[in-house]
Design a protein around this ligand. Structure first.
Ligand code: CA
Length: 219
């Protein structure tokens, strides 16, 4: 028995997918449509989407935030896991990318659960705080510009309730966080990982799923 996480070779990864993945047909179709996109690697993996769906259901989330929507796979995944009166505030700066996902949200019947705001997320979050929405959210997923993560974190930590969850994507950054940094993105993720490790405001787990997913529960 190993005390470490397994390395998944292609065969074992396929086994994992074959024995766990339960995608909605529109999720599969959107993933396929995004696969040919030049920036397709920005999309989360399907097992990560399913894991986030489980988290949303486990904490009974009704109000969610997403920072970095890209073509809309993660927003679709979360929206499918929400109850009928659940909502996700999806923040992105690209009308072009997010418009790819909208028809899939429609066909999956969850378009009215997704409130897409095209603007810098820092502004959108600030506006929600100014509108008195601190503590009103259950779950936030941060997956946008890495140098912005810390600012998004501080605002999301105010917006989520006690016991609410914040998930950060890409916190292992293809392994680069464990090496000397040569660029701003890597430095930003290293600083964030250091900060989260010491942060007494939260409970923390860093998971080697996808490109690294850090889960933070607000104390
Ligand atoms: Ca990502």
């Amino acid at each position: 028995m190993s005390r470490r996480t397994l390395n998944l070779d292609d065969r074992l990864y396929q086994y994992l997918l074959d024995h766990s993945l339960r995608e909605h047909p529109e999720q599969a179709a959107l993933r396929e449509a995004t696969r040919k996109h030049p920036r397709a690697s920005m999309q989360i993996s399907p097992e990560q989407g399913q894991f986030m769906q489980l988290l949303v259901k486990l904490i009974g989330a009704r109000r969610c935030i997403e920072i970095g929507t890209f073509t809309g796979y993660s927003a679709l995944s979360v929206a499918l896991a929400l109850p009928d009166d659940g909502r996700i505030l999806a923040c992105d700066i690209s009308e072009e990318y997010t418009s790819i996902g909208k028809p899939y949200w429609q066909r999956a019947g969850v378009a009215d659960k997704i409130e897409l705001v095209i603007a810098p997320a820092a502004q959108t979050l600030y506006a929600r705080l100014a509108a008195g929405e601190a503590g009103r959210y259950d779950f936030a997923f941060i997956d946008a510009d890495k140098t912005g993560y810390d600012g998004y974190y501080e605002r999301c930590l105010k917006l989520v309730r006690t016991g609410g969850l914040i998930a950060f994507d890409n916190t292992l950054w293809s392994g680069d966080v464990a090496k000397p940094a040569h660029d701003d993105d890597t430095r930003a993720l290293q600083a964030l990982n250091d900060k989260l490790h010491r942060d007494e405001r939260i409970d923390l787990s860093m998971l080697p799923i996808g490109d690294g997913l850090s889960l933070v529960r607000k104390r």
